[in-house]
Design a protein around this ligand. Sequence first.
Ligand code: FES
Ligand code: FE2
Length: 254
Amino acid sequence: MTALADRTRPAGFVSRFHPVAEHSYTLPAHYYYDPAIAAREREEIWFKSWLLAGYLADLEKPGDYITARILDQPVFVIRGRDMRLRAYYNVCMHRGHLLLEGKGNARMVTCPFHAWTYDTFGALRAAGNAENVAGFDMADFSLVPVRVEPFLHMVFVNLDLDAPSLASQAGGLADMVGGVLPNLSELKNVRRDTYELRANWKLMGDQLECYHCPVIHPQVMGGEDSYLDFSFDSQEHGIWSVDISWGSDEVIEK
Ligand code: FES
Ligand SMILES: [Fe+2]
């Protein structure tokens, strides 16, 4: 029997994918289902990118924490006694129990399994019976840090300790958002809905870029058939892009 990968990669298959965007037409189909591709994306994209963990509004006071996941890697962000934000893998250094759930405030982080206790700097401060273990050094069991960066009143984390800062990668984004949302810091997240989709994650990106807009949604593009007085523009800026509707949202009378 022919494997699916072989059937979808016929003889003479030429990838339309090129590292230089201008030479790239579309991803080969197997990028959407090949486990080897997913494994590389995990290491090269998910574990090296800045990803949203939560909102600064939940991290105002010392000890305030939020939890998040990057694929199967649990992390938490906590505001220290020194008011600095720090992030760690949400995994106990003893036997790997999850340390924190949801969001809240903790002066110390105590593992629910055997009560090893860490401070907001990630240092192990208490471990039952450790005094009877020869050579046990608490300094060997600090929590493993993760990069954290507040940006636009949100909080982003990155498992790559060498990643360039989000602010440096997202040049111009803060100014653009600040220009259209001057009261950003007063906004609060009031609701979050989570949907689990049985689809490759890239299919979501395929919906968000606006190559399809003039074809599927010509009405929002302005011009002859439009029912809104809009014109639409997509701009790309390195790691971020923006779809802008110019004009008013007045319905055009026809
Ligand atoms: S697993 Fe955390 S204290 Fe044992
Ligand atoms: Fe759409």
